[in-house]
Design a protein. Sequence first.
Length: 415
Amino acid sequence: MPSTVIVGAQWGDEGKGKIVDLLAQESDIVCRYQGGPNAGHTIIFDGETYKIRQIPTGILSGKTAILGAGCVVDPEVLVGELDAYGDRGTFYVSGNAHLIMPWHVAIDQASERRLGDLQIGTTRRGIGPAYADKASRIGIRVQDVLDPKILRQKIEVALAEKNVWLERVYEAETFDLEDVASRYESYAQRLRPYVGDTSLLVDKALRAGQNVLFEGAQGTLLDLDHGTYPFVTSSNPVAASAATGIGIGPNRLDRIVGVAKAYVTRVGEGPFPSEIASPQQEQVRELGGEFGTVTGRERRCGWLDLVALRYAVRLNGITSLALTKLDVLSAFAEIPVCVRYVLPDGTDTANFPAHQSDFHHCRPVFETLPGWQSELDDELPDAARAYVEFVERALDVPVQLVGTGAERERVLARA
Ligand code: GDP
Ligand code: IMO
Ligand code: MG
């Protein structure tokens, strides 16, 4: 299949990096189509662990790595990753992608502080403010780095307004024009050679029969339009946005692989029906190493939620699932799985509620499956296989990959 989208089917951190790394071995190009350095994708092979936030992880395998127009780019993070991994593969960034500026980070932090108890729990990397400026049509784009005069002028115009906001609204430190302009000019000098027409590049590759992977960041339930708003990110992680985020037609996407953990985690605030109420939450967190890649925060842990996963199958058009971290559940004698929600009016449903009040106040209905309590190896024990088949039956989607450990080779392919 020439083109494959790898999309997070939960609230992010599903193990997309590992699945992308695995499938990248048979791909020519790996693209990111949305998000920025709020992503943290962990890849482990040959005894090394890599945590990548901005560049598509395919760079590690010597592939062509592309950041599409739908991404936001923090040049400081990007230059750092290019220094570390740039010489392993080839890299291009779309001139239409937007730059994260220092005031975006400052405003993200100040606005979360101001929200207090109502905060979203963002990664504080400036993602929301950068996408807000993009939508307001006052953003600074990657192509603006091509001309030092234009870059400086845009920084000057933006800063005149942002400093007023920072000082008067957020009572935060302001930025010095000369300081920002010279810092960004030095990033610009590094980035200029990498700016390319990424839409054309991907189109040509697909026409030539090359294999292209689209690496989603975040996850379906963090989608700005379809996720658990306002506790979402500011881009569209859903698979369809691989087309808009790169600049190709939706009919070019052949295969949609949804990545889901065998349980669920969530970082940041917001409703989470299947969150584990007992000390078993701590046990899952420890066994799964569920601490954020970007922020180090504890991830909240829940049992697998098939209502939310069914929603992800629908929103993305998932053609197969990769079920990761099944090994983490090996410790449990019994494993609850959320199969339905009871809504505040007493009715129950297997479909994700369309109204946020229903979702915020729903009660999960669990079915308990037997555990296997043994290590996972090349062949799944009966109870582990039954767990996977239960998921397939409930969603009517094949589980083609099962994660049994963090390293690249710890994955089982199912027919
Ligand atoms: P991503 O953001 O979706 O790429 O996921 P993260 O890298 O943030 O988090 C997933 C974590 O789970 C990483 O630490 C991975 O190394 C790890 N991981 C991925 N797949 C498996 C698996 O099948 N088993 C175990 N035990 N760990 C896994
Ligand atoms: P990967 O690609 C998990 C969450 C944040 C917060 C919300 C908004 O590693 O799966 P933002 O900084 O985007 O404005 O934060 O989204 N979030 C993630 N959670 N994995 C991610 O990325 C995330 N990126 C953002 O915790 O709740
Ligand atoms: Mg992550």
